[in-house]
Design a protein around this ligand. Structure first.
Ligand code: ASN
Length: 302
């Protein structure tokens, strides 16, 4: 649906607020510590697709607006074993992406990382988190869901897992929307090939070019929910990935000096708050999931 009344907008904002509260509670109860977001840094997620740079010149120093806190999560794990952050991300997406209804040039992701964790462990955590959040919304926002005409089904864990290679053979690439349209419960896509992902997701030591990563895909055509995986943490392997992806080491000098000192093995993920709100509230377009949305290409947004 598209929002038509202020009452509907209030209902969505209450649901979004419940999502943020319930997710934070779920993680705190499991000994996660919430850290404050970083918005400016010489290093940020290179992402796999092109966006406008988001560069800020500060006394000649090339700072960037955060695209994801992946590197800060890894470095922060030296201090805290389990952490999360409601992290504002600025990804100045090209205008063509507006038509998908699920991109914003500024959004918030719930980004988390766990020291010494495996992909299976963070998959289980993700399932628990999504189910807990949906249950909280159904229990506490029943009036809001009714007003929006949303009949939200609560999935049961474990969710189905499908491999990237099989789905690419079935639908072609990219396939998240086509796959999502066939699903009636969230499902994991695992084992992305190296060519479609960033250098920090860990390559399976036994299967070159296959990553130990995953996406969660929502049902009913709502598309991608979450991305994450196990991480590369050893200097030689990271340098090798940079070389193979033709990324100059100088771009990540600040990160590499931390890696040289040592960062822990880890796994984690980030789940988009507006996309989760869109799915929970049953919204056609992501701009209805928050106030002050920045739709790709819209330069009049405030
Ligand atoms: N936050 C994601 C992760 O932890 C990365 C991303 O948003 N690109 O894997």
């Amino acid at each position: 649906m598209r929002l038509k009344t202020e009452k509907e907008r209030v209902a969505v904002l209450r649901i979004a607020s419940e999502i943020v509260g319930a997710a934070g509670t779920y993680l705190r109860e499991r000994e996660f510590v919430e850290i404050l977001p970083v918005l400016l840094s010489p290093i940020t997620d290179p992402l796999h697709h092109e966006t406008y740079a988001g560069a800020v010149d500060y006394y000649g120093a090339p700072y960037q607006l955060t695209k994801s806190m992946i590197f800060h999560k890894q470095i922060a794990l030296r201090t805290l074993p389990r952490l999360f952050c409601f992290s504002p991300n600025v990804r100045l997406e090209p205008a063509e992406r507006a038509s998908f209804g699920r991109y914003l040039a500024e959004f918030v992701q719930l980004d988390l990382e766990v020291r010494e964790a495996s992909r299976d462990e963070v998959i289980e955590l993700g399932e628990g988190l999504v189910v807990a959040v949906l249950k909280a919304v159904v229990a506490r926002c029943a009036d809001e869901l009714a007003l929006l005409g949303r009949n939200l089904r609560i999935p049961t864990a474990p969710f189905e897992r499908v491999s990237y290679a099989e789905e690419a053979a079935r639908f072609g690439e990219p396939f998240d929307d086509a796959l999502s349209a066939t699903l009636s419960a969230p499902a994991w896509v695992i084992d992305f090939p190296r060519r479609v992902r960033e250098f920090y997701d860990r390559e399976d030591p036994r299967r070159p070019d296959v990553l130990l990563d995953m996406d969660l895909v929502y049902p009913e055509g709502y598309g991608e929910a979450l991305s994450g995986g196990e991480r590369e943490f050893e200097l030689e392997r990271i340098l090798d990935r940079l070389r193979r992806d033709a990324i100059p080491e100088s771009r990540f000098a600040a990160y590499l000096s931390m890696v040289r000192e040592g960062i822990p093995r880890s796994a984690g993920f980030g789940i988009g708050v507006e996309r989760l709100t869109r799915y929970v509230a049953g919204l056609d377009r992501i701009e209805d999931a928050r106030l002050f949305p920045k739709v790709p290409g819209d330069t009049r947004a405030i």
